[in-house]
Design a protein around this ligand. Structure first.
Ligand code: ADE
Length: 243
């Protein structure tokens, strides 16, 4: 996979993308990430990339030409062009999975009051938000999306099974996890996990997963297919919770 990032703050990416799993994925050439400084594509002698909004209003808007010139320096017509914006569709695991199948993604990171809308209307495939709050720019949002996509690429996590239990894999939140020691500050791990009874352990994990999702994110339960057993467990959970 190839990822290009158009930004005026390239340095913001250095540590996040250079460390840990992201850094290793790049070192191992599973993904190539390149940064393009939008300012380098400004025709203005002061290298300005923003200007006052037509029609008035607070703040500045990023000019279209530097962004278009930066895009044109890349093979943008054969890429999925994504603009990070609080107005976009809200990012989730399904979209992460979809994007992880792309060969080439270009992220445009905006600042100030956003970018000239002619770029969005004519050159952007998806406008994506990472949640209902406003950041100072698209860089942190792009890093969030990049992290969640890159970790899904084959070979990045090593153990492909590690996806299967995690939150949002099948639309549920993940069960709690514990490790050694068995007793910490007089608090024991749930007995069942030490029982060696795999069937019981799997049942416990499923129950916890359903319980957590029911308590915290009922909205998720509406969008997934539940088995007969799951439905039965949920009925029990409702009885316990409503008591
Ligand atoms: N830029 C500013 N706020 C954002 C958000 N919530 N998601 C994506 N990009 C943004």
């Amino acid at each position: 996979m190839k990822i290009d990032v158009l930004t005026i703050f390239k340095n913001m990416f250095d540590t996040v993308m250079g460390e840990s799993i992201m850094g290793r994925a790049i070192d191992r050439n599973i993904v190539a990430v390149n940064y393009t400084d939008i300012r380098d594509f400004s025709n203005d002698k002061h290298k300005r990339v923003d200007d006052y909004p037509f029609g008035g209003g607070p703040g500045m808007v990023m000019k279209p030409e530097p962004i278009y010139n930066a895009l044109s320096s890349l093979d943008y017509k054969n890429a999925r062009v994504i603009y990070m914006s609080p107005k976009g569709k809200v990012f989730n695991q399904n979209l992460a999975r979809e994007l992880s199948k792309e060969e080439h993604i270009i992220f445009i990171c905006g600042h100030y009051e956003g970018i000239d809308n002619r770029i969005i209307d004519n050159y952007v495939d998806d406008e994506i938000s990472i949640g209902d709050y406003v950041l100072t720019g698209g860089e942190l949002a792009a890093m969030v999306v990049m992290d969640s996509i890159i970790r899904l690429l084959p070979g990045v996590l090593g153990n492909e099974d590690s996806f299967k239990d995690e939150s949002h894999y099948e639309g549920l939140l993940e069960h709690p996890q514990y490790t050694r020691p068995r007793v910490f500050n007089d608090i024991s791990v749930p007995e069942v996990l030490l029982s060696g009874n795999h069937k019981k352990i799997e049942e416990w994990k499923r129950y916890q997963s359903l319980m957590l999702t029911y308590l915290r994110r009922k909205d998720l339960l509406e969008n997934i297919k539940l088995s007969k057993d799951d439905k039965k467990i949920l009925e029990d959970i409702k009885k316990v919770v409503e008591k």
